[in-house]
Design a protein around this ligand. Structure first.
Ligand code: GLP
Length: 263
């Protein structure tokens, strides 16, 4: 696992956008796994800028989002569908036919979840999956206790997550209590994982995920089982890690080797 510690949110966002851009430039029809929440906003902003100013081309890119609220219409201002178009898709040249977001309105959610899994497989699997982390250590909406082998399914949100997400709604009563989310096992199938965290309110979850035991109580800890993981943090989110000095040293050495190899 590469743990990259940047000074602040802007630097974290630029770093992560650079990693995604590199993926797209080396594979123009890359399959991106995308996330919502406040954390990836800076990355999306930077990707839109790279599209406008640096010809980053999304025309062949395919995307699969991690999750969506259950029974929130796609045109609801707080649906993840609305979020993705507003913050990324409307600003780049992705083909809307290549965009997949879980359908929280599907009449048969079980059937929908099976078809979502199949669509990801048919696309050749996710090349790089972007992830945020909840304060309880969740990825997607895989709340504590989610099976580490879980697949896309309906999930009941914890009170903490509902409270955290209430800031986007007019009041807490409006926050959906359920969501359709890729499972932990679905996320693990991606070829690369890119997790981001910013701010001191994420420091404990980050420490538990990276340096704690692998546990269904902190679903992000499953990253420790994946062979190709990058975690990009700002200093506040990294503040509770016990091995920061080592992670920083490793990155400095990696940069040195890359410079010497001319990559
Ligand atoms: C929600 C999303 C997650 C996200 C988390 C943290 O629960 N389903 O994908 O990582 O919120 O959100 P934020 O980045 O706003 O802190």
């Amino acid at each position: 696992m590469r743990v990259i510690i940047e000074t602040d949110y802007a630097a974290m966002s630029r770093k992560a956008a650079g990693i995604i851009a590199k993926e797209i430039r080396s594979k123009p029809n890359a399959v991106l796994g995308l996330a919502t929440g406040s954390t990836p906003l800076g990355v999306y902003h930077e990707l839109v800028r790279m599209h406008e100013k640096e010809n980053l081309d999304f025309s062949g890119v395919r995307t699969f989002n991690l999750d969506e609220y259950y029974r929130l219409r796609p045109d609801h201002p707080e649906s993840y569908h609305t979020f993705m178009f507003k913050n990324l898709f409307d600003g780049i040249n992705v083909n809307p036919a290549n965009v997949s977001i879980p359908d929280g309105m599907a009449a048969d959610i079980g059937l929908f979840c099976e078809s979502y899994e199949r669509r990801i497989k048919d696309a050749g699997g996710v090349d790089i999956q972007l992830l945020g982390i909840g304060r309880d250590g969740h990825i997607g909406f895989n709340e504590p206790g989610s099976s580490l082998g879980s697949r896309t399914r309906l999930k009941t949100l914890t009170e903490e997550t509902i409270r955290d997400n209430a800031r986007f709604f007019d009041n807490e009563g409006e926050v959906p209590h359920f969501a359709v989310t890729m499972g932990v096992g679905t996320i693990l199938d991606a070829k690369k994982l890119l997790m981001l965290a910013s701010g001191s309110n994420k420091a404990r979850a980050v420490r538990d995920a990276i340096e704690g035991p692998v546990s269904a109580q902190v679903t992000a800890s499953v990253l420790q089982l994946h062979p190709n993981v990058m975690v990009v943090l700002d200093e506040e989110a990294a503040s509770m890690l016990s091995r920061s000095a080592y992670y920083i040293y490793v990155e400095r050495m990696a940069e040195k080797f890359e410079a010497e190899a001319g990559t």
